[in-house]
Each structure stands twice: as C-alpha cells, then as structure tokens.
Design a protein around this ligand. Structure first.
Ligand SMILES: [Zn+2]
Ligand SMILES: [Zn+2]
Length: 157
C-alpha cells in the first residue's frame, strides 16, 4: 500500500545538512485551486529555502522552500502546469489558474527538478536544512531559525 503524509501529520524529519536524502515516503500535493495534483515518491533531497531574486520575482515571496525530486518518481495526477523560462537554462512551472508555483528545472540536471515544499499537502513533512542565496535577500529578510545561511548555492560560503 502506498504511504502518504496526508492525514498522518508526521513530524518533520530533520537531518544534518550533509544528509541529503530525507524521505522514503510518497508525498502528495497540489495547487490552491486544485487543478494541479501530483504525487512524488522517494527520494527527495536538498530541502532549502531560497532567497534569490529570481525566486522572489517569479513567485512574489521573499523566500521559497524547495526540495529536489527525481523526475522519474514524480507523477502529475491532474492538470497541466504552465511553463515559464525564467533564465537561459531554467524552466519554472505554475498553475495558470491560481498562480501556485510548483517546479524549478535546470537543463544541467535533466533527471531531477525542484518542487515547492509549500505545495505539499503536508508541508511540515519536509523541513529545510539551509538558507541559500542570502546575498539576494531583502534587508529585512533575516532568518532566525538557526539553519546554515549561504551567500549563494548550498556549500558556497
Ligand atoms: Zn491552481
Ligand atoms: Zn531561488
């Protein structure tokens, strides 16, 4: 039987930042209006909160929590996301009806893409382990959660 987080209210899984793979469960999620629904099997990895200008302006929020999923394990159950090329090698997708952002895909990594943790049915299931692109953060955007803060990508200073 397929396990999901829906209704389970499992506690968030917190692991050291280096331990990239953090879930062995199937996750479900979707957009606000319900047009887009998906499920995503393990593994998911690298959950991080991005503060970059590109995320800020495409999503309209000061920071966005992402996790990386394998393309082969992601299944769209309903709807067709609208795609937007936000930079030369990056395609983002969102619901054209309600605007909810779902994915970030970089052509350098064709087998995986990032998925918004906030679109999960239970976003508490996956806890981010770092802040990235703090160099782009607004002056009032100063996380106080104690997670590592990187100026650029994770691993950079
Ligand atoms: Zn929608
Ligand atoms: Zn970003």
């Amino acid at each position: 039987m397929r396990a999901t987080f829906r209704g389970d209210k499992m506690a968030a899984i917190r692991v050291p930042e280096e331990a990239m793979v953090i879930s062995t469960h199937t996750l479900t999620g979707g957009c606000h209006c319900g047009a887009l629904r998906y499920e995503c099997a393990a593994p998911v990895s690298k959950p991080a909160i991005c503060h970059c200008t590109s995320c800020r302006r495409t999503i309209g929020a000061h920071a966005v929590a992402w996790m990386t999923v394998k393309r082969a394990t992601f299944r769209l159950l309903s709807g067709t996301p609208r795609e937007y090329v936000s930079s030369e090698k990056v395609v983002r997708s969102f619901c054209e009806q309600c605007g909810c952002s779902l994915t970030y895909a970089h052509s350098k990594y064709p087998d995986e893409f990032d998925l918004t943790i906030a679109s999960l049915d239970d976003p508490s299931a996956i806890a981010p382990t770092a802040h990235i692109w703090m160099s782009d953060a607004a002056s009032w955007d100063r996380p106080g959660d104690g997670l590592p803060q990187h100026a650029g990508w994770r691993g950079a200073t």
